[in-house]
Design a protein around this ligand. Structure first.
Ligand SMILES: C[S@@+](CC[C@H](N)C(=O)[O-])C[C@H]1O[C@@H](n2cnc3c(N)ncnc32)[C@H](O)[C@@H]1O
Length: 222
């Protein structure tokens, strides 16, 4: 891991982050985070930005995928490291403690994953980071985003629930980790505007409502 003076917004909430997400989503967030791993085969290259505790990184490494995981928070990576030790992986995960915008790897990855990562930023920075991440996807590869669902289907009760559900979580992490609070981002629309085709969207329901989604955008092959 690199050292340096990196902002660790999760020093306070890092230890319980995975458990809180699982409870808050009635078990749907962990499912959403691994939803698109079936598209990877042994030897494929995967980049995970803002990896956190890294359950998807461990699952992918178990399948023989070549995983690079980046996170700015030493606290989050400490908990990821503990999980890796328990998992006794035969294939190591490359872990980088850095700001993702400082990592310039080129278009070499079969898949880039941003799970519950882009939503921590205000819109302009989110767009900068999403553009950067999509530049790391190789032609024909995938950009995967797991996050809170954009309220777009159903009646007003349905949309109000989805909206409050997001703002409650956003406010908690604004107070504790200084994350941005903003309307839910339209990731499929943004991926399309960056030239990606939406290959697949998987929804994860709570109380019968779509509250989380995993979106897989595909970059045009050469
Ligand atoms: C909301 S958490 C999501 C963690 C994980 N992806 C998950 O789904 O559980 C956001 C993560 O992004 C990391 N992060 C924030 N800004 C970052 C940056 N500029 N570069 C890399 N990681 C960053 C945080 O430290 C944190 O681990």
């Amino acid at each position: 891991m690199k050292n340096g003076d990196l902002r660790d917004g999760y020093w306070l909430m890092g230890f319980q982050y995975e458990l809180t997400g699982s409870l808050y989503s009635l078990g749907q967030i962990p499912k959403c985070k691994v939803a698109m791993l079936d598209h990877l085969k042994p030897g494929d290259k995967l980049l995970i930005a803002g990896v956190g505790h890294g359950i998807e990184a461990i699952k992918a490494a178990r399948r023989g995928v070549d995983v690079t995981a980046v996170d700015i928070s030493k606290t989050m990576l400490k908990y990821m490291q503990k999980k890796i030790e328990r998992a006794r992986l035969s294939k190591p995960i490359r872990i980088i403690n850095n700001d993702i915008l400082q990592e310039h790897h080129g278009p070499v990855y079969d898949m880039v994953i941003a799970n519950y990562f882009l939503n921590v930023f205000p819109r302009e920075k989110m767009l900068q980071i999403l553009t950067h991440l999509t530049s790391c996807v190789k032609p024909g590869g995938s950009m995967v985003i797991g996050d809170f669902t954009l309220p777009q289907n159903g009646g007003s009760f349905y949309k109000t629930f989805q909206t409050i559900y997001w703002y409650f979580a956003a406010t908690l992490y604004w107070l504790t980790a200084d994350n941005a609070v903003h309307p839910i981002y339209d990731y499929p629309g943004l991926l399309k505007s960056l030239g990606f085709e939406i290959a697949e969207i998987k929804y994860f329901k709570m109380l019968g409502m779509d509250c989380h989604w995993s979106i897989r955008g595909q970059k045009k092959a050469l």
